[in-house]
Design a protein around this ligand. Structure first.
Ligand code: SAM
Length: 240
């Protein structure tokens, strides 16, 4: 298949890090999503080279961190077509992944495609983050919660921090201009038992992804039981 120079570099970089088999699973997952995207709206990115950079490379940026390496289980809030959860699950077969979205249609596609690729460490959960965060099965059960392109940081903290175990991390995938969002989220982070540990710039060896940051929030205290508030409240009236 025709691909540009940046994609060739990305694939070489992935093969060196993860081996040929996992790299071809990553590329195949993206190809299958683009195929499905012709019939059901999964991503605004339609160009294959762009999709590999924007969805696969960006999703994997978490895998450069030692806090992620140490995690046994990971939850992805607002996973959509499986980003960043599915690429991370492909390269981390020893970790368990729970992928949450309020739109069941997208989750059924993830189930179908992960089944076809033989990916065994992914479970999908249909529901709103606010409800999942209240359930005993999921609350404070995860070493890492990730979320990409879902909501502003103050809203996301209320959805994600309740799911993280004390000592674990919420990792928000954000654009470069995140300082305003972190200022707005400062009070929410404190109220919910978190502390910003680091804001890490994302850069791969081949500079195939740049301009993104990972906001790493450490869970230092348990989240008070009143959070998350009822579904819809965090967006309507973010904790400030
Ligand atoms: N994370 C994916 C990515 O990076 O491509 C998808 C991003 S998409 C823009 C946002 C997703 O968040 C949608 O699939 C939407 O259904 C989901 N979402 C929005 N509000 C949510 C909520 N309260 N609970 C769970 N999922 C939610």
């Amino acid at each position: 298949m025709q691909q540009n120079r940046q994609t060739e570099l990305l694939i070489k970089e992935l093969e060196e890090k993860y081996g040929e088999e996992r790299t071809s699973m990553l590329v195949e997952y993206m190809d299958m999503i683009l195929e499905k995207n012709q019939y059901i709206n999964l991503t605004a990115v339609r160009d294959r080279d762009e999709a590999l950079q924007k969805h696969i490379a960006d999703s994997l940026s978490c895998d450069f961190m030692e806090e992620y390496e140490a995690a046994e289980n990971v939850i992805d809030i607002g996973t959509g077509a499986g980003f960043p959860g599915v690429p991370l699950a492909i390269v981390s077969p020893d970790k368990k992944f729970t992928l949450v979205d309020s739109l069941n249609k997208r989750l059924r596609i993830i189930d179908e495609l992960t089944g076809e690729l033989g990916i065994k460490n992914v479970t999908t959960v249909h529901g709103r983050a606010e409800d999942v965060g209240k359930s005993k099965e999921h609350r404070e059960q995860y070493d890492i919660c990730v979320s990409r392109a879902v909501a502003s940081l103050d809203v996301l903290c209320e959805w994600c921090l309740p799911l993280v175990k004390k000592g674990g991390y919420f990792v928000a995938y954000k654009g470069e201009n995140v300082s305003r969002e972190t200022e707005d989220a400062a009070n929410a982070i404190k109220l919910l038992g978190g502390k910003i540990a680091e804001i890490r710039k994302v850069q791969t060896e081949e500079e195939s992804i740049s301009g993104h940051v990972l906001v790493m929030i450490k869970k230092v205290k348990n989240t008070p039981s009143k959070y998350p508030r009822q579904a819809g409240q965090a967006r309507k009236n973010p904790l400030r």
